[in-house]
Design a protein. Structure first.
Length: 534
């Protein structure tokens, strides 16, 4: 149905894609994998003619006899959303925040003149039901901000399949989702392919996701397809060295450190955080929603503790309380023996001991400031020391960058380098505890392996303690000593990381591990490991 023949792309003269060729047949799931910057998304944008200004293409992209690269814009407008649908990585930016979900799904049909408004809303209701958003809980009048991340992604899928396209392009559709929601979205996409007989082009850096979904697989590197074929064949043979590197990085474990025997650094005792619930009547107010319900744990000096659970389980709420940003309604938090009065001003000497690294490094930096000022931001809270400039150079070298990088802007760095700068900013106050909130979830497998090695090295060099929050169970297993499993505001299981993963006791833990995608062991050549969860 889709045939790419020697597709090449240059933007302002810079080569981006070189002779990319592959075929996608009806009803087939085609996986496109590679690191960030390998050209995966640009290939999809070339198919949709959504390339930036200055782009020049050559080759052919045939859709049932129509060359998409030379099709005039009016005809492409008729093809987009009608014959080719696309699901983007970040649903919140793909949805209009001031339009209801019903109007946004119906809009596709109205733009293409396929239905009246009443008929379009009726079809929108059917599509939302099909993607698991029933009318009883998700009326057409809901807005995107009233939905969770997984629910918003379902709305995007409903929009993409509104006109039953022949090809559905999914660009990293599950990167920011927890494992159970990811499994539901992937099952939904696979079910749609089977029922609608549409083709699916799945773009991802997660090899385990592709292993469970794709019939055919292409591996991209620096704008070229270096290996392709049936998925089982590619995984079992791995003829190209780059494919083997991706596979090894996906199950990478940093060198283990000796188990910490230090004194308690962070103590959380019976923490409770509640939120008021809107009134349901003039004289009736429901009881408050308890987001964190009696949570207790300890992090020792030099220890790495993992915190896992689905979206909405209370991980972020608990983290904000630990960082002193939100108040508690019960319990207490102590850092190095001193009480953290959450929601109140934290003394500078306590703030210095605790820093945080966020999921999106680019969004956590001011793009107008140079790296030197960005790294020194914590000094605004803790006071600027006399050796500030020397410290900046020191932490840049500690995270594998050069002191000269301090004069650059953040947009001049890759995603992995930005995360290194975020870690450098956390190190600048010489803290004892670093909270890592989904710090590697958006990184491709090789960069993620480098960052995990860096975190392990820094922990050994500076004696750091980590609270590692992630929905990626493989990452948590590779870098933590102990793990907490959180559900509905409570810790339902805790223990040594390897014990929890190999012999989980709670049914919820078992469901999380079962939902995590893995590469089938029988597909792997002799001597290769099967990834962190097998």
């Amino acid at each position: 149905m889709i045939s790419l023949q020697n597709l090449s792309l240059a933007i302002h003269g810079t080569p981006i894609l070189r002779d990319v060729s592959f075929d996608i047949t009806p009803g087939q799931v085609f996986g496109l994998v590679g690191e960030s910057g390998s050209g995966k998304s640009m290939t999809a944008q070339a198919l949709m003619q959504l390339l930036p200004h200055g782009a020049e293409t050559s080759g052919r992209a045939m859709l049932d006899g129509t060359d998409l690269l030379t099709t005039p814009e009016p005809q492409m407008c008729a093809i987009r959303g009608n014959r080719i649908g696309m699901i983007f990585q970040e649903p919140m930016t793909a949805l209009n925040p001031v339009q209801t979900i019903g109007d946004q799904v119906a809009e596709t049909l109205l733009i293409h003149g396929q239905a009246t408004r009443g008929e379009a809303l009726r079809i929108a209701r059917q599509r939302l039901d099909r993607v698991g958003l029933p009318e009883t809980r998700f009326p057409l009048s809901r807005y995107p901000h009233e939905l969770s991340g997984g629910q918003r992604q379902r709305v995007c899928i409903a929009m993409a399949i509104a006109l039953r396209p022949e090809l559905l392009i999914a660009d990293e559709p599950t990167t920011a989702l927890d494992v159970t929601t990811q499994a539901q979205i992937l099952d939904l996409l696979k079910g749609l392919v089977g029922e609608e007989q549409m083709a699916l082009m799945l773009i991802t850096h997660d090899l385990a996701v592709v292993a469970g979904m794709a019939d055919h697989l292409a591996v991209m590197r620096k704008g070229e397809v270096v290996e392709q074929g049936p998925t089982e064949t590619v995984f079992s043979e791995m003829r190209h060295p780059y494919t083997r590197q991706l596979f090894e990085a996906s199950g990478h474990h940093p060198d283990s450190l000796a188990k910490p025997q230090g004194t308690p650094l962070l103590q959380v005792k019976e923490a409770v955080r509640e939120y008021p619930v809107a009134r349901t009547g003039l004289f009736h107010r429901p009881p408050p929603f308890r987001a964190v319900d009696g949570v207790s744990f300890v992090i020792k000096q030099g220890e790495s503790l993992g915190l896992v659970g689905e979206s909405g389980c209370g991980k972020s709420t608990l983290t904000r309380a630990i960082l002193g940003l939100d108040p508690l309604q019960g319990g207490e938090i102590r850092l190095d023996g001193e009480a953290v009065h959450a929601g109140q001003h934290m003394p500078a000497h306590m703030r210095r001991k605790m820093q945080v690294v966020f999921q999106d490094p680019y969004g956590s930096f001011n793009p107008r400031h140079r790296v030197r000022r960005l790294i020194a931001e914590p000094f605004h809270l803790t006071g600027r020391p006399d050796d500030a400039n020397a410290r900046i150079d020191q932490v840049l070298e500690a995270v594998g960058l050069a002191p000269q990088d301090a004069g650059k802007f953040i947009h001049e760095f890759s995603g992995g380098q930005r995360q290194r700068i975020a870690i450098a900013r956390a190190l600048i106050t010489r803290p004892e505890l670093i909270v890592l909130d989904e710090a590697v979830s958006a990184l491709d497998v090789r960069v993620r392996a480098q960052i995990l090695d860096l975190l392990a090295d820094l922990r050994g060099e500076f004696g750091l303690s980590y609270l590692f929050i992630s929905h990626d169970l493989g990452v948590v297993r590779s870098i933590t000593d102990r793990v907490l499993v959180m559900k509905a505001g409570q810790i339902v299981e805790h223990g040594e990381t390897e014990t929890v993963f190999t012999a989980p006791r709670h049914d919820y833990t078992k469901s999380l591990i079962a939902a995590a995608p893995v590469i089938p062991a029988e597909w792997q050549a002799e001597g290769r490991h099967a990834g962190p969860l097998v």
